[in-house]
Ligand binder design. Structure first.
Ligand code: DLZ
Length: 160
């Protein structure tokens, strides 16, 4: 979780293994596209910075965050990627919809991780306001996409 003490883009560069040759599938939700495209950009740039080749990154979009589960499952079952990054942004509204989506996606991605095929990285911003989402997608609290990329590399390289 980002806070005034933790910037999502801060990490110890020496703790990140070289990611040359790694293949990553990124699923991106179209809802709140301004936010999710900034998260995607952060993830891609950070993967490239650590050695992943452009051809090692496959990006697929899905309509909303709830569909991140299916997209991630497809990538995880494909045998074509070493890790999946699921990127979405849910903003709290007037109805309980926010809670159902957040819980559903979290549970769905957790179950995929339990299957143990490939690590599925949680890039879902769950925010009360658009301002909070902006702060976490390249704003004053960094970019959760960067954090997801580093997590993907560590999960893959740490389990080889
Ligand atoms: C329907 C909906 C709403 C109200 N809000 C969001 C949101 O803030 N972020 C998001 O990623 N998706 C939202 N969706 C769409 C759902 O995730 C899903 O695509 C639809 O319910 C169809 O399954």
């Amino acid at each position: 979780m980002a806070s005034s003490l933790h910037n999502l883009s801060d990490y110890d560069i020496h703790s990140v293994p070289d990611a040359t040759g790694m293949r990553v599938g990124i699923v991106v939700s179209e809802w709140n596209e301004k936010i999710t495209s900034a998260l995607l950009e952060g993830a891609v740039q950070t993967l490239l910075k650590h050695g992943v080749k452009e051809e090692g990154i496959t990006v697929r979009t899905v309509p909303g965050s709830f569909e991140l589960i299916y997209g991630s499952a497809r990538f995880a079952s494909s045998g074509l990627v070493d890790a999946v990054i699921a990127i979405g942004c849910v903003i709290r509204g007037d109805t309980p919809h926010f809670d159902y989506i957040c819980q559903g996606v979290t549970q769905g991605l957790a179950e995929l991780n339990k299957e143990g095929k490939v690590p599925v990285i949680y890039g879902l911003l769950t925010c009360n306001t658009m301002e909070q989402a902006e702060q976490r997608s390249g704003g004053m609290l960094g970019n959760k996409g960067d954090e997801c990329a580093i997590t993907a590399i560590k999960m893959v390289k740490g389990w080889e």
